[in-house]
Each structure stands twice: as C-alpha cells, then as structure tokens.
Design a binder for this molecule. Structure first.
Ligand code: C5P
Length: 398
C-alpha cells in the first residue's frame, strides 16, 4: 500500500477529490492532502481531514502546527510514493510546466522524486486551448503522468471534453506503480466456465465467476507481464493491458490455448472447464415430452493434461477445486497432468470457492514443496501464485 499525496487545486471538481480520498483510504493507502487557497473556496480542509484521517496542509508556513515535517514541503515530498493532482486546473498545470513554485503544493510537486499524476478538469474550450495543451505536452515530456478528462456535462453548462476522470479511474494509476518484476514474461491464463451447447437455447455450464483467473491476469499485467487471458463467458471487467481471447466451449478453449502454448513462458489454468459435453447438439430447441429424458454426454479434451504432455520450457500451474480429500486429489492431478504446481482449494469452505472475493489455497509443487496460503483476497492470492511461478521460471531459465 502506498503513501499518497492528493493535491487539490481550485476547480468545481474539487468535491470529487473528497470521494477519491475516501476511496484510497478504503483501498488501504495512507493519504495526506494539500490544498491550494482556491481549492478551499470549493471544499473545506475539514472534509479532507476527516476522510483522510490526517491533518490537511494548506500553507508553507504551518510548521508550528505540524512540527513533524520540519520543512514541510520537503517532508511531504519525501513521504510520498505518489502525488495525485485532483483536480488539476489550467493554472496549476501551467505553473508546474514552467517550473514555478510559490505555494505548498507546487513546491512539493517540484521537490518530490515520486511519480506525479494530473487529473485535469476544466471547460472544454479551455482544455482545447493550444497553450494549455502545450503545457500538458511539456509535462508529459518531463515524465509527469495524466489521467485524461472525459466528455461530459461541464459545470459551466456546456458539454465537451473537460470533465474530470472518475475517482476510480484516478485511483487505478496506483496499480501502475508496482515493481515490474514480470516484465518480458509471457503468461497465458485461462478463466471462467465453459459453455457446452445442447440446443439453440440451452447449454451446460458451472458456477465459475472467473474472478480468480481475472485477478491473476490483472496482477500479472500490473507487474509488467505480457498476458493473454483465455476466458469463457464471464461478467468480470477485462483488466487493462491484457489481451482477451473470448471462448465458449472447452474445445474452443483447447484450440485457443494450443495456439498460445509455444510462445508462453507460464500457463496458469484457472478455468473451470467442463469435462463433458452433450454428445449431439440439436439443431432445433428440444421439445419436452411427458416422460423423463436422458442426456448422453461425451468427454471433452483435458486441456491441462495435453499441455503437460507437450511441455518443454513452460511452467504449468493447474487448479484443483475440490469438495473432499483435497490433498490427495490435488497431488494426483499434479502427477497425472505433469504440472509444476497445483493450487488446491476446498470449495465447500466459507472463504473459498465460486463467486467469492477471497480464497484459501494450498499450493503443491512438483518438487514436493507445500505452500499453505492464509485466507486472502483473490488479488493477494493471485500475487502469491505469481511469485511461485515466477521463481520457478527464473530458476529454469538458462
Ligand atoms: O481434473 P480437473 O478437471 O479437476 O483439473 C482441474 C484443472 O485442470 C484446472 O486447472 C482446469 O483448468 C484444468 N482442466 C482442463 N481441461 C479440462 C478439465 C480441467 O484444462 N477438460
């Protein structure tokens, strides 16, 4: 979790800075706010103090009140892992672009070594003004980041590009700050359920939400990996910087994964692939009759077993969602499918399983290692799994 400075300048979108501070706090970040004089015309320091749980800094000359910082702008500049300017007015953008530093926020921006992101918010004509755009270009070239405004209704009664990006979008830049320890690693992740068509209106499937696989894809992309996500139908949002290959049936997934396999360094199979499909697919909707009905099913290919058989340099991790004898079943799959790791969980447990936001996983390695993870969010669990496959990949690399 990061130390974040939210710098608020004087625009009507300042009220959204309050929402951002609240969101960052919920995500576990430590937040300190700096407000310019004009910002205090729109919202009060008390609002941000309450939401951040920290004093709000408004002046260069507050040292008596906050003796902990000694020289305030330097203390804050050093403390920060990231500075977010929310909203960023044309005036403030221009000021920083030209190296001016005449108040606490601009001196802090000038003095920090942490990444700084601007979230501009202004009238659309103002945003389009070539002078403003030139200042933005100067800042981009100097390595400052921007969370661009979007089209929408503006406070001045017009509509156009100038509306500040949402607090969620702004908070997401923190995810890009992670150590890029997976840079250059090509990862294929499978996720979600498969759909096995029975007739034009019906299919067989399972309860998989795709959350675990999507969390793995998201975290790996945040760590710099090249990620291909082969996913059955899922309502999860596709993570940024991930290439999605959407599939329906187990056989579609098999084809997609086979195509990716030669170029992959690591494959993680988090999908809940249907083991069977209807033997015949009716061209028309199957009509009910009075009696019972028997469905004939045939085996789907076991994708992971195929990957295990055709493995050369790749690191392979499978999942074992079990309801009983977890260890025994997991170890059986590890061996049978020639895997490097199997991530096992008991889906009957309170914190694990379909659609949940947490997971409790035990990972068994082909080398006999056992890693019992505690109950974790699917994001944190994903990071632990990635640490294991990454280490194995680095050890295997010639
Ligand atoms: O044998 P079981 O289906 O329980 O194995 C689970 C693991 O195998 C998961 O990683 C799953 O994605 C993968 N699997 C597969 N192809 C199948 C069935 C399962 O790749 N047809």
């Amino acid at each position: 979790m990061a130390n974040v400075i939210v710098g608020v300048t004087g625009g009507i979108a300042a009220y959204k800075a309050a929402e951002l501070v609240s969101l960052l706090g919920k995500q576990g970040h430590a937040v300190r706010c700096i407000m310019t004089d004009a910002a205090q015309q729109f919202i009060t320091p008390l609002t941000l103090q309450t939401l951040s749980g920290n004093p709000v800094y408004t002046s260069m000359f507050q040292m008596q009140e906050n003796p902990e910082w000694q020289v305030e702008h330097i203390g804050l500049a050093r403390w920060a892992d990231c500075v977010l300017i929310v909203p960023a007015t044309a005036d403030f953008i221009g000021k920083v672009a030209h190296g001016l530093a005449d108040d606490l926020l601009s001196t802090c921006v000038m003095a920090t070594a942490a990444p700084v992101f601007f979230a501009p918010a202004m009238n659309d004509q103002m945003y389009a003004n070539p002078l403003v755009q030139r200042n933005i270009d100067i800042l981009r070239e100097a390595g400052y980041g921007f969370v661009d405004p979007v089209e929408g209704n503006l406070a001045c009664g017009t509509s156009g590009k100038g509306k500040m990006a949402s607090p969620e979008r702004i908070a997401a830049v923190l995810e890009t700050l992670r150590e890029q320890d997976m840079k250059g690693v090509r990862l294929v992740v499978t996720a979600g359920p498969t759909r096995e068509v029975l007739d034009p209106v019906r299919y067989l499937t399972n309860h998989s939400s795709g959350k675990m696989g999507y969390a793995i894809a998201r975290q790996a992309a945040n760590r710099g990996a090249d990620v291909v996500l082969v996913s059955g139908p899922s309502s999860q949002a596709v993570p940024a910087n991930v290439t999605l290959v959407p599939v329906q049936s187990a056989r579609d997934m098999f084809e997609a994964v086979k195509q990716q396999y030669a170029q992959a360094d690591i494959v993680i199979k988090a999908a809940a692939v249907a083991d069977y499909r209807p033997k015949t697919v009716a061209a028309q909707k199957i009509k009910k009759s009075d009696g019972d009905m028997v469905l004939e099913l045939e085996r789907n290919p076991d994708i992971l077993a195929w990957l295990g058989e055709h493995k050369n340099h790749q690191i392979l991790m499978g999942f074992a969602a079990e309801t009983n004898d977890v260890k025994q079943h997991a170890l059986g799959k590890l061996q049978r499918k020639h895997l490097d790791f199997i991530a096992a969980n008991d889906v009957t447990q309170q914190h694990s399983g379909f659609g949940k936001d947490t997971n409790q996983i035990t990972v068994y390695g082909a080398d006999g290692s056992v890693h019992e993870l505690p109950v974790l969010s699917k994001e944190d669990a994903a990071d632990c799994l990635l640490n294991l496959v990454l280490e194995a990949y680095q050890n295997r690399k010639p």
